[in-house]
Design a protein around this ligand. Structure first.
Ligand SMILES: Cc1ncc(COP(=O)(O)O)c(C=O)c1O
Length: 375
C-alpha cells in the first residue's frame, strides 16, 4: 500500500528544514530536560504510599471501566477533587485525563458564538487547539504586554452581549517567564463581562500551589487549569473554578464526556503527590537551584530570557546551530533539549533548560560553563 504522497512531502520538508521530530530514548545523562521539577516522578515515597493507599482502601481494580458519566466515576475521584478544591482554595475542581484534554475541553465548550477570546501570542498548543474547536472569534495580544491587552479589552468588552475570555499562562512553557497577573487582574476587574483564565501547568509545585494562589488572585480568576504531569510528577489535570463552571463542563465539555476516566491508581497518585507537596522540602531545594542557575548564568554573561521559574531558555538562532550545541552538551553528559522552529518562530530557536530539586549546584555550574565555551 502506498503512503499518501502529500504526507510524504510534509515529512520530506521537515527533513530538509532540519526539523524532523523523533522519539528519544531513555538515557543516563544529567537531567536538564524533564518536567519533573520536584523529582516526584522518581519518588519512591510517593510510589509506596500510593500502593499502600490503594491496598488499605481496597481499590484493587486496574481501570475506570468507562466514562465518568457512565461507569467510570469511582470513589477516588470525589476524594481527589475535594482535596484539590481545598488545597487550591477554590469552590470546585474537575479532573480531566490530561492538561491537553482540559484545555481543549474548556475552550471548545465555554466561549460561545459571539463571544471573544483574547490570548497571549505564545500560548500553548492545547489552548490553541481548543480555541480552534470553538465557535468564537479570537485575537492574540502581544506576549505579556499589558498595554496591548488593555487596548484590546477596551475594544471588545464594550458590547455587553458578548463575554470576553482572556487566557494566559502563569509560567510560559517555552520561555519560563510570567506575565504580571496582578496588573492583568486589575484591568479585567473593571469589566463584568471579562473573564480571566490561567494555565498553571508549569507553576504548580514550582511556586507551591501555583502563582494565582501565591498572588491571592483566586477570586478574580474565572478558571485555572492545573496539570499533574509536570511538578507533581504523575498524570492528569484539573480545571478549578466555581461549582457552576464544574457543572457546565460535566455537561458540555466533550473531552471530559467522551473518554474513559482515569484509573484508581492514577487518582491515588494525584492525591498522594498533593499530600507530599504540602510537606516536601523539594520546593525549597528547587528554589535554591533556580537562584544558583540565575547567578551563574549572569556570572558567565550568558544570554537567557528572564525567568524566575524552573524553565530557562538561551536563544540560539537556527535549527542547525541550536541542535549542534545541544548535541555537544549531550556529549558532555547533560540532557538539554533544543527547541526548534516551527515549535518556536524562526530565528528564535533556543536551548531549554529545566531545573529540578535533584540537580546539584555543581551540575548547574558545569552545564553553564560548558555552554559558555560553545556559544
Ligand atoms: C502550558 C501547558 N498547558 C497544558 C499542557 C498539557 O498538559 P498535559 O501534558 O497534562 O497534557 C502543557 C504540556 O506541555 C503545557 O505546557
Amino acid at each position: 500500500m502506498q503512503f499518501p504522497k502529500k504526507l510524504q512531502q510534509k515529512i520530506t520538508q521537515r527533513v530538509t528544514q532540519n526539523s524532523l521530530r523523533r522519539l528519544g530514548k531513555e538515557n543516563l545523562l544529567i537531567d536538564f530536560s524533564s518536567n519533573d521539577y520536584l523529582g516526584f516522578a522518581k519518588s519512591e515515597i510517593i510510589f509506596n504510599k500510593t500502593h499502600q493507599y490503594l491496598i488499605n482502601n481496597n481499590f484493587k481494580i486496574n481501570g475506570a471501566t468507562g466514562s465518568r458519566l457512565l461507569s467510570g466515576n469511582h470513589k477516588l475521584y470525589t476524594t481527589a477533587e475535594k482535596q484539590l478544591a481545598k488545597l487550591h482554595n477554590t469552590e470546585a475542581a474537575l479532573i480531566f485525563n490530561s492538561g491537553y484534554d482540559a484545555n481543549v475541553g474548556f475552550f471548545s465548550s465555554v466561549p460561545q458564538r459571539g463571544d471573544i477570546i483574547l490570548y497571549d501570542e505564545l500560548i500553548h498548543a492545547s489552548i490553541r487547539d481548543g480555541i480552534q474547536l470553538s465557535n468564537t472569534k479570537s485575537f492574540k495580544f502581544k506576549h505579556n504586554d499589558i498595554k496591548d491587552l488593555e487596548e484590546k479589552i477596551i475594544r471588545f468588552a464594550q458590547d455587553n452581549n458578548s463575554e470576553v475570555y482572556i487566557v494566559t499562562e502563569s509560567v510560559f512553557s517555552m520561555d519560563g517567564d510570567s506575565p504580571d497577573l496582578t496588573a492583568m487582574s486589575q484591568i479585567i476587574q473593571k469589566h463584568t463581562n471579562v473573564h480571566f483564565v490561567i494555565d498553571e501547568a508549569h507553576a504548580l509545585g514550582v511556586f507551591d500551589f501555583g502563582l494565582v494562589q501565591k498572588l491571592h488572585l483566586e477570586d478574580v480568576v474565572f478558571a485555572r487549569i492545573i496539570t499533574f504531569g509536570k511538578g507533581l510528577g504523575c498524570h492528569g489535570a484539573a480545571i478549578l473554578g466555581s461549582k457552576q463552571l464544574q457543572q457546565y463542563l460535566i455537561n458540555f465539555s466533550r473531552s471530559f464526556i467522551y473518554t474513559t476516566g482515569l484509573s484508581p491508581h492514577a487518582l491515588a497518585t494525584i492525591k498522594i503527590a498533593h499530600d507530599e507537596l504540602v510537606i516536601s522540602n523539594s520546593k525549597e531545594q528547587l528554589q535554591h537551584n533556580i537562584q544558583h542557575f540565575i547567578s551563574e548564568s549572569n556570572r558567565l554573561r550568558l544570554n537567557f530570557i528572564k525567568s524566575n521559574s524552573a524553565i530557562h531558555c538561551c536563544i540560539i538562532s537556527g535549527n542547525e546551530h541550536v541542535k549542534s550545541i545541544a548535541l555537544q552538551l549531550q556529549q558532555h553528559g547533560f540532557e538539554v533539549k533544543p527547541i526548534l522552529s516551527p515549535t518556536v518562530p524562526t530565528n528564535q530557536e533556543r536551548l531549554r533548560f529545566c531545573l529540578h530539586a535533584y540537580n546539584s549546584k555543581e551540575e548547574i555550574t558545569n552545564v553553564l560553563e560548558n555552554l559558555a565555551t560553545f556559544v
